[in-house]
Write a protein that binds this ligand. Structure first.
Ligand SMILES: [Zn+2]
Length: 329
């Protein structure tokens, strides 16, 4: 019995070790390029006209401002400071005072509105009619926040955040600005982690290779390709690898626990693996680490097996086998 338990432990440990090797592969460990085309925004002098022309598919997400001539933070494809990890900007930054309203660049569906680390408050709008999504970072959660749901071109999405709430803090304030990104595909087409993550702002690979587009170029083009924007295919491993890995690890751990409980006849622990896996699946789904309920199905199955064994009459009565002790005597 002990050797079975030890084998189960070893199996789980081997799987965990394989995961530690596999995760970096799945989250993108490609060598970053030496250079990447950097661009400055175009058409800012026409921002007012583009914003008010309702025949155009897109508008700038901000109202025109005399500040448009200023440079700030980083433009599309711009490289980070020398000495930092090699990263490229996947969006355009527009400097404006805190409290400046931010608008949807086109009709669509808000698929995410919430806190997101260095973004402060982040809003993402899917535009399925163009096969595109737009990303608006550094908004103000203290002023007002948009719920998920449909929006029209020009709908208010939020306001730029103050330096201490826009991804910065009291200790390290961040100058108010809008981080505005456009990407081919829909948010759900991309994973939550790694270079291809849907909320990426700075990445190690060239943004355009991952489907990011130069926002001002898209807006000033005044038209959309007939078939919409074509998104690159991240591949199965990038898209689903982490999900499969997490599901396998939790499933193996839960199954191992159930096997141990069965072999040790710890009836009180028979329900524990299923409950733990269901809890883990619920938390991971809520945090969008997982996108499918596969782990809940595994947890439910383990729970059902544990419950069946719990209520089933014991096949073997505890104590010495028939004839065991008596025969020895
Ligand atoms: Zn930015």
């Amino acid at each position: 019995m002990e050797s079975d338990v030890r084998r189960a432990h070893l199996g789980v440990r081997k799987l965990l070790r394989a995961c530690l090797v596999g995760v970096p592969l799945l989250t993108g460990c490609t060598q970053p390029p030496e250079s990447c085309p950097g661009t400055t925004p175009i058409g800012l002098d026409r921002m007012a006209a583009i914003t008010t022309d309702h025949d155009l598919p897109f508008r700038f997400p901000l109202d025109a401002s005399r500040l448009d001539d200023g440079t700030y933070h980083a433009w599309f494809g711009e490289r980070s400071e020398p000495g930092e990890d090699r990263r490229y900007h996947a969006a355009e930054d527009f400097s404006r005072p805190a409290g400046t309203p931010v608008y949807a660049t086109a009709d669509g569906e808000v698929s995410y509105s919430g806190r997101a680390g260095g973004y402060g408050w982040l809003v993402i709008v899917d535009h399925p009619q163009f096969n595109l999504y737009s990303l608006y970072g550094h908004l103000s959660p203290s002023r007002w926040s948009r719920d998920v749901g449909p929006v029209s071109k020009g709908s208010l999405l939020g306001y730029l955040g103050d330096p201490w709430e826009n991804g910065g803090s009291r200790e390290r304030p961040l100058d108010p600005h809008l981080h505005f990104g456009l990407r081919a595909g829909q948010r759900a087409d991309y994973p939550k982690r790694g270079e291809w993550r849907w909320m990426a702002g700075w990445i190690r690979l060239c943004p355009q290779d991952l489907g990011w587009l130069q926002p001002s170029r898209v807006i000033t083009a005044g038209a959309v390709p007939d078939e919409g924007y074509s998104a690159p295919d991240p591949g199965f491993l990038v898209r689903w690898g982490l999900e499969v890995l997490i599901t396998l690890v939790y499933s193996a751990a839960g199954t191992g626990l159930l096997v141990i409980a069965l072999r040790r006849k710890k009836r009180v622990f028979l329900l524990l693996p299923g409950i733990l896996i269901i809890l883990a699946g619920t938390v991971l789904l809520a945090s969008e680490m997982l996108r499918t309920p596969a782990l809940l199905v595994v947890g439910g199955t383990l729970l059902a097996i544990g419950a069946c064994r719990l209520v089933a009459p014991s096949a073997q009565p505890e104590g010495p086998p028939p004839g065991g002790t008596q025969a020895a005597v």
